[in-house]
Design a protein. Sequence first.
Length: 161
Amino acid sequence: MLIKTITRFAVLCVNLFLIALMLAGTSADAAQSRSNQPGATIVITGDPGGSVKARYNEIAEINRLGQKVEIRRGECVSSCTMFLGADNVCVSPRASFAFHGPYRLGTKLSPAEFDHWSNMIAAHFPEPLRQWYMTTARYKIYNVTRISGAEVIRKGVARCR
């Protein structure tokens, strides 16, 4: 019983840390430029997420530079999933994705804030992934919903060749 409680607490702490990164950002934020070269291919092999706002800006820069995003393997968590909205993106069935709803560590989001951030995140997903996120995954706050790259491909994202 004690081991089960400690394990649940550890999982909760890790998830809260990832959520805090999503909304607050850090100096190690994934929004730091991966490449400034126009037309470059950015290969994602695991990304813990970070600030939604910073990720939004990073994707805008990737699109402006005409870069391609390939999510090849590893786990793409939290705001990393927003890469699925890049103009030129593909996914490998070997990758995995972890989705959750918006949250700010320490304070609860108002319903209006929750909807605003949920819609900002979902705007980066093609249908039917967007619909699935808005009806299912965004309601997981203290945990994540994991799906495979193969499932993301079935939900409308291009498969990497």
